[in-house]
Write a protein that binds this ligand. Structure first.
Ligand SMILES: [Zn+2]
Length: 77
């Protein structure tokens, strides 16, 4: 007897210091964290990649604030 078990829909534990939820503007799905680079002492740039369309989104994150704040910033490519 073989039972095919689906993945349990448990909530993802958010133990990460920064929980950044970024949705792809094209696919409207959650994007994966692609990379982090420091823009300044007060802000980091988080780059997210969409697994569906490989689109990239960049968010500026204030690292000085106690609670991480995701700030949409315009990026000119
Ligand atoms: Zn996408």
């Amino acid at each position: 007897m073989t039972n095919v078990r689906s993945f349990p829909k448990t909530e993802t534990p958010s133990k990460e210091p920064i929980k950044a939820l970024v949705l792809c503007p094209v696919c409207n799905i959650e994007m994966c964290l692609f990379g982090i680079e420091s823009e300044s002492d007060k802000r980091d740039l988080f780059t997210f990649e969409c697994v569906a369309c490989s689109g990239l989104e960049v968010r500026g994150v204030q690292v000085k604030a106690a609670a991480s704040v995701i700030i949409p910033i315009p990026i000119n490519e």
